[in-house]
Design a protein around this ligand. Structure first.
Ligand SMILES: [Zn+2]
Length: 253
């Protein structure tokens, strides 16, 4: 039996047998890992206290072939404050769902892991609205996964985008069109303001540490979040139930 130590965030847990759970962990060095936590539901297994969603922990895993068993999980950082707010919690589960779907086994994705940890931290500790955090996260995930939209000029003619004019976001081809180039009848084109384009450019230009360091007028927020969400869902072809749940919670608020 080999033992490995990894740092990671649990992105999914499912019940397994009566006392066990199967965990999906986004790790720093091995990408996504599926590991069994035997007896985790027993109060006596205190050495597994760090094996919960929304905890960033150091895991000692016993490895046998492709199978991992969690021997120990020690908390490095807790994001459990997220449970104090139902909207934050619903958004948190959507974020973990994204990592679970985009992460790959045996392929470390430090950028996605760091981005996710920073985003959970911001949800708990910044005054940013969850809509803004969600939209910025979606756009930045699109960026680091290699589907960065063409937003700094018109993707068709290359002309500079006029501050005063309306812009058109081609969701499918991933870029902004100027007034002249947009054939409005085309599907998957979203009419957006230059302010939204500027916010996207800020996120795409920023590193993972600073991608949330911007303000946005509340009147622009609905347009900005719709643009980022539609772009992310279209490009990633991902339509999770956790997003429906987040929207339900938002509406009920
Ligand atoms: Zn153009």
């Amino acid at each position: 039996m080999d033992y490995i130590t990894v740092k990671g965030l649990i992105v999914k847990e499912t019940d397994f047998n009566e006392a066990d759970k199967m965990l999906t962990i986004m790790t720093d060095s091995c990408g996504l890992i599926h590991a069994k936590a035997s007896g985790i539901k027993s109060l006596k297994r205190k050495e597994l206290s760090g094996a919960k969603p929304f905890l960033y922990s150091e895991f000692t895993l016993a490895q046998k072939g492709e199978y991992y068993n969690v021997r120990e999980a020690n908390i490095l950082h807790s994001f459990l404050e997220i449970k104090n707010d139902l909207i934050h919690l619903a958004l948190g589960f959507y974020i973990l769902d994204i990592v679970n779907n985009i992460g790959m086994e045996n392929q470390p994705n430090t950028a996605l892991l760091r981005l996710t940890l920073n985003t959970l931290f911001a949800l708990n500790h910044s005054k940013k609205s969850p809509q803004l955090v969600k939209a910025a996260y979606e756009m930045k995930v699109a960026d680091i996964e290699g589907f960065t939209p063409h937003t700094f000029e018109c993707m068709e003619c290359g002309n500079e985008l006029d501050t005063a004019s309306v812009c058109y976001f081609n969701i499918l081809d991933g870029g902004i069109l100027c007034n002249d180039c947009c054939r409005a009848a085309e599907r998957n084109i979203l009419k957006i303001s230059k302010t939204t384009v500027d916010a996207m450019n800020f996120i795409l230009d920023s590193d993972i540490k600073n991608f949330l360091s911007f303000q946005l007028d509340e009147r622009i927020l609905p347009e900005f979040s719709a643009a980022c969400e539609r772009y992310f869902l279209t490009q990633s072809d991902f339509h999770p139930k956790t997003l429906d749940y987040y929207k339900k919670v938002m509406l009920a608020d």
